[in-house]
Write a protein that binds this ligand. Structure first.
Ligand code: 0PR
Length: 362
């Protein structure tokens, strides 16, 4: 009989395109301890349920919200889907399949594709509007797209492709003037933006909900996303009855959930908020600027990295040659090279990447 081969996960030293990273060692340990727990059944797994309450409080602190409601989701996708779900249900006061036809949501074209999934699943019309020259939502276009049937306006704080932050307070005003709600997707940016001057948080604007993922810049293990809401009613709008559990209702999209994500998120935030995250942001912003300068010095067009994410034009042949060297790099929809300076990305690794770039281009 053949012996099972021991499989190894991906090494991180050549991973330059991921929005996830190596978990903090304490988060790793906590995740392993809680591997078999299920916060989906809080009456049975009470310790992890308490940890989830702590996680939501900690996320609220990071996002500038004193009394935060929400839960630890499987990721930004689930948090975005549930934000759309809650807004749709709240727009017409219904839960379940009775919702009114014709609701729409408005988001910039830079919005993550999880919102496309949300719109499709929930039967709402997604109106995407153009971005300006700096890849941020165009306010005039948002205003023109919003109407009486708009349930939700979505702004991105740390966009997937260019790391840009939309004008959140102005978008929230436009949403609320139309009696719609405002959601901020800070899935990636949420653990970086507290250390910048951007206006992105619950403290900057009367936003209603937010996606903020510990499993991205938060250095928690996968799966740990975060859905936050200013009002309890937003979470209540998601709840269905759970007849055979000791608890009476459930607001999450998934049923059984990983306690590892919850425990890992709390451990990471305990360890790193705020000093560790601040230092990580500074290091990676410096790395991003270093990389951008080095690419520009080689005559390559670079988009200025306002957050630790660098995009630059690169020929398909060079891109493919670097992939062949096992560099894990990605492309934007426009074909630009996209490098995300996550906590695991070291200066040495960027220098090795540049050396390979020089070699494959010569
Ligand atoms: N919102 C934003 C702004 C995102 O960038 C992402 C994911 C999501 C929502 C969805 O989050 P989840 O993937 O946690 O559901 N952005 C990356 C992407 O799709 C995710 C990613 C992660 C990609 C690791 C590659 C990778 O190796 O591009």
């Amino acid at each position: 009989m053949q012996r099972a081969r021991r499989r190894q996960p991906q090494e991180f030293d050549r991973v330059l395109s991921s929005m996830c990273t190596e978990p903090h060692p304490r988060a790793h340990e906590a995740a392993v301890e809680f591997l078999a727990t299920n916060p989906g059944d809080p009456a049975t797994y009470q310790t992890v349920a308490d940890l989830e309450t702590e996680a939501v409080e900690q996320l609220g602190e990071i996002a500038g919200l004193d009394d935060a409601y929400g839960y630890i989701a499987s990721g930004g996708t689930e948090a975005n889907i549930q934000a759309v779900h809650a807004a749709r249900n709240r727009a017409d006061g219904s839960v379940g399949s009775d919702h009114a036809e014709g609701a729409n949501i408005v988001a910039p074209e830079s919005v993550h594709f999880s919102v496309t999934k949300a719109a499709e699943m929930l039967g709402v019309d997604l109106r995407t509007v153009p971005v300006d020259d700096d890849y941020r939502a165009d306010l005039d276009a948002v205003e023109a797209a919003v109407d009486d049937d708009t349930a939700l306006v979505i702004g991105v704080a740390g966009s997937t492709e260019y790391g840009r932050v939309d004008p959140i307070p102005a978008m929230a005003d436009l949403a609320h003037d139309a009696d719609a709600r405002m959601h901020v997707d800070a899935s990636w940016g949420g653990f970086i933006l507290p250390f910048t001057d951007y206006e992105w948080s619950f403290a900057d604007a009367p936003i209603d909900s937010m996606a903020i993922d510990p499993h991205k810049f938060g250095q928690a293990p996968v799966p740990a996303g975060g859905l936050l809401a200013r009002e309890r009613e937003t979470v209540d709008a998601l709840a269905v009855e759970t007849p055979y559990l000791e608890t009476t209702s459930q607001a999450t999209l998934t049923g059984t959930r990983s306690g590892a994500g919850v425990a890992g998120a709390v451990a990471a935030m305990d360890e790193l908020w705020p000093a560790g995250y601040r230092q990580q942001y500074r290091e990676q912003q410096t790395n991003a600027e270093f990389l951008a300068d080095e690419l520009a010095d080689r005559g390559i067009d670079v988009v200025e990295p306002t957050l630790p994410l660098v995009t630059a034009s690169l020929s398909p042949a060079t891109f493919d040659a670097l992939r062949d060297e096992e560099w894990r790099i990605a492309r934007t929809a426009d074909g630009d090279l996209r490098i995300v300076c996550m906590p695991h990305v070291s200066r040495a690794s960027l220098e090795a990447f540049l050396a390979d770039l020089d070699r494959v281009r010569s």
